[in-house]
Design a protein around this ligand. Structure first.
Ligand code: ADP
Ligand code: MG
Length: 581
C-alpha cells in the first residue's frame, strides 16, 4: 500500500471526530472561544437541537481580517504566544476547533476588531472574506452539522436530547464564569455579574434556595484553594446532573474529584443518590495537567491523593457542622398486637427494664394454634410437637427469640443463631414483590399537571415511550409542565418527584434505555420507605411473619442496596467462643 499524506479536509474531519461529537461540543468550543476573546455577554441559539443551526454571538475582541483568515486553518491559535505548553491560561490552545467544526458543517464567521475600519465576513466553504457591517465582537454560524459526514449524523439523538445536552454544557460554562452573561434560545438566561448563590439557584433550580452550604478552605502547605457550595445532605438528586466541578476554572468530570465528593457524603447519603455542588479547586498550574484529553474534561493531578484527602476533609468538616445540629432519630411507636402478646410470658420479671434497653424479648415457652393463626403466611405446623424448635424445624430461619436495639431480630432454628436486619429484610421482600408484579396502568379522570423546568420537560418527553411501558402516560403541557394521563395503578406516588428524578437521569446520561427498570426500582425505593424501619418495635408474630417472608423471597440474602439481610451463626461457632468443642 502506498503511503500518502492525507488532504487537509480529511485531517480536519478526523480531528473533528475526536472533539466534535454532537451539537453540544460545538457550542462548548465556540463559547470557550468567546470567553477567550474577553466577551462578557454571549448569546447562543440552536435550531433543531443544533442540527440545522448553531449560532454563537459574543461581544469579545473580534478578529482582524488577517486573523480571521488564519483562524480556520489547522493548528492556528492566538493563545500560545510563547511556545510554553505548561502555562495555559486560555480555555483553548490547540487551534483545532474552528477548522474541525468547519470541516463537518457550513460555517460563516462575522467579526469586528477595533483596529479595522469595518467588520469582515468569512464563508469557510468558499474561503471568501468580504467586508461586513458587523460592529461588535464575533458571530459564528454553524449550519447543517455533520451533513458532510452522514455516518456521524446517524449517531445524533433526537432534537430534544441534543438540546438538553446543549443546555447542560451552557450551564456548566455559565457556572464557571459568573461575571459573564449567557442567553440560550432566549429561554435560559444567566445575567452577568450574578453572585455565586444567585447563579446556583438560576442553574440548579429554586429548590436549592437556602439549602446549599458554602465552602472556602485553603491549604497553605500545598497551595490549594477550594471554594463553592455543596448541598445539605437532605438535598439530593437522582443523578450527577447538578454536580459542577472546576479545576483552575475549567469544568471537569474528573474521577478524583467525583470520588472525593462521594466519599465525603458516604455516611449521610445513599450510594444511588447524588449531592449537588458547585466546587472550584484552584491549585498551582504545575500541580495539574489539563492537556490530557482533547475535550479537556479530564485532568491529571501530580498528587491525586493529596487533592483527594484535602477535598474530603474540607467537605466532611462542613457537613459535620450540620449533622451535629440535626434532630435525633424519631422512633416509631411500639406496635401492639394484643392477642399474640398476651400469650407470651416474658421471661424476665421486670419487663420494663428490658424495654428500657430496647430489647424486646419473646418467650420461647409455649406455642398454641392461635399463635400460628396470627402469623401471616406461616403454614400451619404439625401440632404433635414438644418444643418450639421442633415446630419451626422446617423453616430455615427458625423462630424469633427477641428483638434487639429495635432493629435486629434474633432467631434460632435449633442449630444456629440467626440475626436479621428487619429493615433490610422487609425492603428486600417489598422490592421482590414489586418486581414480580407487572405494572398496570389506570387512566386518570383529571390529568395531573406537573410543573417542571423547560430542560426537565424535554428530558422526560424524550423518554415518554419508555415511561409509558412502565404505566405512566405523559404529554407535553406547555413549555414548563407535563400532564400525566395514566398512572400505574396501585401506586400513589409523588409523581412530580418521580418525574424530576427521571429528568435528572436522562439529562445526565443523555438517554436511558433502562427507564422501565429504573421506574420499577424507583417504585421499590419509594416502597422501601414504607417498609418496617429500623427503630420500629415488632411483636413476635410480626417477627415470625417476616422470617417466613424472607424464606419465600428470591435473593433474600441482601437488601436491594446490597447490604446483608441476615447472618447465620452456627452454635458450633458459638461453642468455639466459649472454648467448648
Ligand atoms: P484555539 O481556541 O485552540 O486557539 P480555535 O480553532 O478554537 O483554536 O480558534 C482559532 C483562533 O481563532 C483562536 O486562537 C482565536 O484567535 C480565533 N477566534 C476564534 N473564535 C473567536 C472569537 N469568538 N473571538 C475572537 N477570536 C476568535
Ligand atoms: Mg478554541
Amino acid at each position: 500500500m502506498p503511503v500518502r499524506v492525507l488532504p487537509d479536509f480529511l485531517v480536519n474531519q478526523i480531528a473533528a471526530g475526536e472533539v466534535i461529537e454532537r451539537p453540544a461540543s460545538v457550542v462548548k468550543e465556540l463559547v470557550e472561544n468567546a470567553l477567550d476573546a474577553g466577551a462578557d455577554q454571549i448569546i447562543i441559539d440552536v435550531v433543531d437541537g443544533g442540527r440545522t443551526l448553531i449560532s454563537v454571538v459574543d461581544n469579545g475582541c473580534g478578529m482582524t481580517r488577517d486573523d480571521l483568515a488564519k483562524s480556520v486553518s489547522r493548528h492556528a491559535t492566538s493563545k500560545l504566544p510563547d511556545d510554553n505548553l505548561s502555562n495555559i491560561t486560555y480555555m483553548g490552545f490547540r487551534g483545532e476547533a474552528l477548522p474541525s467544526i468547519a470541516s463537518v458543517s457550513n460555517m460563516t464567521i462575522d467579526t469586528f476588531n477595533v483596529t479595522e475600519p469595518h467588520g469582515w465576513q468569512l464563508c469557510v466553504d468558499d474561503g471568501d472574506i468580504r467586508p461586513s457591517d458587523w460592529e461588535c465582537g464575533t458571530r459564528i454560524r454553524v449550519e447543517n452539522l455533520f451533513a458532510k459526514t452522514p455516518a456521524r449524523l446517524k449517531f445524533l439523538h433526537g432534537d430534544r436530547a441534543e438540546l438538553m445536552a446543549v443546555v447542560d454544557i451552557v450551564k456548566r460554562l455559565a457556572m464557571s464564569r459568573m461575571d459573564v452573561g449567557f442567553i440560550l434560545n432566549n429561554k435560559w438566561r444567566f445575567p452577568k455579574n450574578q453572585d455565586l448563590s444567585e447563579r446556583v439557584i438560576a442553574i440548579m433550580g429554586d429548590d436549592v434556595r437556602g439549602r446549599m452550604l458554602d465552602i472556602d478552605v485553603s491549604s497553605s502547605s500545598s497551595n490549594m484553594h477550594l471554594y463553592g457550595v455543596i448541598s445539605e445532605p437532605t438535598l439530593r438528586r437522582a443523578s450527577s446532573v447538578d454536580q459542577y466541578l472546576f479545576v483552575n476554572n475549567r469544568c471537569v468530570k474528573d474521577k478524583v474529584l467525583v470520588g472525593a465528593l462521594r466519599a465525603a457524603y458516604m455516611d449521610v447519603m445513599h450510594a444511588r443518590e447524588f449531592p449537588l455542588c458547585a466546587l472550584y479547586l484552584n491549585l498551582d498550574s504545575n500541580a495539574v495537567d489539563v492537556n490530557v484529553s482533547p475535550a479537556k474534561t479530564e485532568v491529571h493531578f501530580l498528587e491525586p491523593s493529596h487533592v483527594r484527602s484535602f477535598i474530603i476533609k474540607a467537605l466532611r468538616d462542613r457537613l459535620a457542622q450540620t449533622i451535629t445540629d440535626s434532630k435525633p432519630v424519631q422512633f416509631a411507636p411500639r406496635v401492639e398486637s394484643a392477642p399474640v402478646q398476651n400469650m407470651f410470658r416474658t421471661f424476665h420479671s421486670d419487663n420494663r427494664n428490658w424495654e428500657n434497653k430496647n430489647i424486646n424479648v419473646c418467650s420461647p415457652i409455649k406455642t398454641t394454634p392461635d399463635f400460628f393463626a396470627s402469623v401471616n403466611n406461616a403454614p400451619t405446623p404439625n401440632q404433635n410437637v414438644n418444643s418450639v424448635d421442633d415446630v419451626f424445624s422446617d423453616f430455615p430461619l427458625g423462630h424469633a427469640l427477641a428483638q434487639i436495639g429495635n432493629k435486629y431480630i434474633l432467631a434460632t432454628n435449633g442449630d444456629n443463631l440467626i440475626v436479621v436486619d428487619q429493615h433490610a429484610a422487609h425492603e428486600r421482600i417489598t422490592y421482590e414483590h414489586l418486581r414480580n408484579h407487572a405494572i398496570k396502568s389506570q387512566p386518570l379522570l383529571t390529568p395531573i399537571v406537573v410543573n417542571l423546568r423547560a430542560e426537565d420537560v424535554m428530558a422526560v418527553l424524550s423518554v415518554a415511550d419508555e415511561i409509558k411501558q412502565s404505566g405512566l402516560t405523559i404529554e407535553e403541557f406547555g413549555d414548563d409542565a407535563v400532564a400525566i394521563f395514566e398512572k400505574p395503578s396501585d401506586w400513589d406516588l409523588n409523581w412530580g418527584a418521580v418525574l424530576h428524578d427521571i429528568a435528572d437521569e436522562v439529562r445526565a446520561n443523555g438517554h436511558s434505555s433502562q427507564l422501565g427498570e429504573r421506574l420499577h426500582l424507583k417504585l421499590a425505593n419509594y416502597a422501601c420507605h414504607h417498609s418496617v424501619r429500623a427503630g420500629q418495635r415488632l411483636d413476635v408474630a410480626q417477627m415470625n411473619a417476616l422470617l417466613r417472608d424472607i424464606e419465600n423471597t428470591e435473593r433474600a440474602g441482601q437488601c436491594n442496596h446490597g447490604r446483608p439481610v441476615y447472618k447465620i451463626i452456627p452454635f458450633s461457632e458459638i461453642d468455639t467462643w466459649f472454648e467448648r468443642s
